[in-house]
Design a protein around this ligand. Structure first.
Ligand code: NAD
Length: 260
């Protein structure tokens, strides 16, 4: 699967899943913008992957900041020659029961996952439509785009919402050759999940080992975590797929935790 000279933007690419997607996109021949709130980590990632600075660039981007998103995407298009692929991946998790969930946390989580997806999509679509060479937009959903868990109300709400956005992008983008799909991973041991293990143990009155075995991996077919490699391979597949046959879809990569 080749992404030769495709210009790819990955948000939240300074860590975890996004970082491995950036790495595999570069390996497939792409030019990659590592867009992240944490600019130092984004620049370090770009340098790690491409010491000469020709095919990878770090970009400071808070995906909830309209002006920063528009300016960041414009700068990437100028530096690399347009935009071909967006992976809207930046995300956070804040766990807690609904009855005491803080409104500020609810709004923060929805803003990063949903406003961020909208703003980056809008900015990239303008370039993709103007260029006339199609494109691929991939949203980082979750098994929680299809399934619910306790303590995760805004996350489950946002991840379900991304499937709706991807379907509209698929319909509006089709005449411009722009495809849109959602990847729905199961639990991956990134910093986002490492932080949740003690939090869930406390909230549910379990040990950390019990959270892993009986909460996170209970419904998988093999008791295994999904890996960043599993998810990044799926992103390369979706980014390089050549036709509109695969659009408006969501692919669950979860060791069978959720089956369609
Ligand atoms: P991570 O914490 O390792 O990385 C998230 C990155 O997003 C960080 O580099 C962070 O700086 C960046 N970020 C946070 N807020 C941002 C903002 N406002 N603007 C720009 N960047 C911002 O997390 P991860 O596990 O790699 O998660 C990446 C995506 O995958 C998220 O959307 C998450 O919901 C999703 N996901 C993760 C898992 C999992 O088990 N880890 C499972 C399913 C889906």
């Amino acid at each position: 699967m080749s992404l030769t000279d495709k210009v790819c933007v990955v948000t939240g690419a300074a860590s975890g899943i996004g970082k491995d997607i950036a790495r595999q996109f570069l390996d497939a021949g792409a030019k990659v913008a590592i867009a992240d709130l944490n600019i130092d980590a984004a620049n370090a990632t770009a340098k790690e992957f491409d010491p000469e600075g020709k095919r990878a660039m770090g970009v400071a981007m808070d995906v909830t900041d309209e002006a920063q998103v528009d300016a960041g995407i414009a700068a990437i298009a100028k530096a690399f020659g347009g935009i071909d692929v967006l992976v809207s991946n930046a995300g956070i998790q804040i766990v807690g029961p609904l009855e005491s969930y803080k409104y500020a946390d609810w709004k923060k989580l929805l803003a990063i996952h949903l406003d961020g997806a909208f703003l980056t999509t809008r900015a990239c679509l303008q370039h993709m439509y103007a260029q006339g060479r199609g494109g691929s937009i991939i949203y980082m959903g979750s098994a929680h785009s299809k399934e619910a868990s306790v303590l995760k109300a805004p996350y489950v709400t946002a991840k379900h919402g991304l499937i709706g956005l991807a379907k509209v992008v698929a319909k509006e983008g089709a005449k411009h050759g722009v495809r849109s799909n959602v990847i729905c991973p199961g639990f991956v041991r990134t910093p986002l999940v490492e932080k949740q293990i003690p939090e869930q143990a406390k909230a549910l009155g379990l040990t950390e080992a019990e959270v892993i075995k009986n909460v996170m991996l209970k419904e998988t077919v093999d008791g295994e975590f999904t890996t960043v490699d599993d998810v990044a391979r799926t992103a390369v597949f979706l980014a390089s797929f050549p036709t509109n046959a695969l659009t408006g879809q969501s692919i669950v990569v979860s060791h069978g935790w959720f089956m369609q």
